[in-house]
Design a protein. Structure first.
Length: 259
């Protein structure tokens, strides 16, 4: 148990209150997580969750709109489409784009997900917990190698980040938060039981970075991998079992309170 200073205790209490406030069902209605919440089948949640977090940068309204367009193209059955689509079915993605994630990128993601569910048993086994690990940095690095094992365009690789290349890997960490953290408060799904929340990393975006900087949780002004390591270490001092609950506090303070 880490002994906290009085200032750290006050900050922890403040963040605990904000995390409790923003991790609520009301949060879902304004967030891209609303799209996987339309499903109950584990594979549907995984696939559409992975794709939505892949395009999760920029304006949230735009992300949500692109997510619903994606859902229509999958005929509202992501897992069935990934497993059973024909080459003819792929023509409908000709005009799909979300910022730099465009048709060719989507077609490769469909191909890779098909291979992963047919040959690897799904996404979860590629992230399964190794008990010697204290974080998922190497797991994410290894996942990227697995994901791009089929022929692909070089441009498509940028849509999955790698911590070992210096990235904070915000989007893949957001996906992991959705899959791993408990569903008790009905926001995250908690469907991957073999990965403990204690080794998750905070999805570090512009909002969480700026708020964390103002609160003294980090010192670096660049939201990169080194900053993520610093933030992870400090959040785990406040809650070693579920440090990523503070993502709700940092994000909520930035987006809803203009902290």
């Amino acid at each position: 148990m880490v002994k906290l200073s009085d200032d750290q205790k006050r900050l922890k209490d403040f963040l605990d209150q904000k995390a409790h406030l923003y991790e609520s069902e009301e949060f879902i209605d304004s967030d891209p997580i609303q799209i996987p919440h339309r499903f109950s089948l584990k594979e549907d949640i995984e696939i559409i969750g992975f794709l939505i977090t892949t395009i999760a940068w920029g304006n949230r309204k735009s992300i949500i709109n692109s997510g619903f367009k994606m859902l229509e193209l999958f005929e509202k059955n992501p897992y069935d489409f990934i497993i059973n689509h024909s080459s003819k079915d792929l023509s409908r993605f000709q005009y799909f784009a979300h910022r730099t994630f465009q048709r060719d990128d989507m077609l490769y993601f469909i191909k890779a997900l098909h291979g992963i569910y047919k040959e690897k048993g799904g996404l979860q086994p590629l992230f399964s917990f190794n008990r010697s690990m204290e974080n998922l940095y190497k797991t994410i690095h290894d996942f990227k190698k697995e994901f791009f094992m089929w022929p692909h365009l070089k441009r498509t690789r940028k849509h999955i980040s790698d911590p070992f290349n210096g990235s904070a890997s915000k989007r893949i960490n957001l996906f992991l938060r959705w899959m791993v953290r408990s569903s008790k408060r009905k926001v995250d799904f908690g469907i991957w039981k073999d990965i403990p929340s204690s080794i998750l990393s905070c999805p570090l975006d512009i909002h969480t970075h700026q708020v964390a900087l103002k609160l003294g949780l980090i010192t670096k002004r660049t939201p990169d991998f080194k900053t993520l390591v610093e933030l992870d270490a400090n959040l785990r001092k406040f809650d070693s079992v579920d440090p990523v609950k503070y993502d709700f506090a940092l994000f909520g303070l930035g987006v809803f309170e203009n902290f």
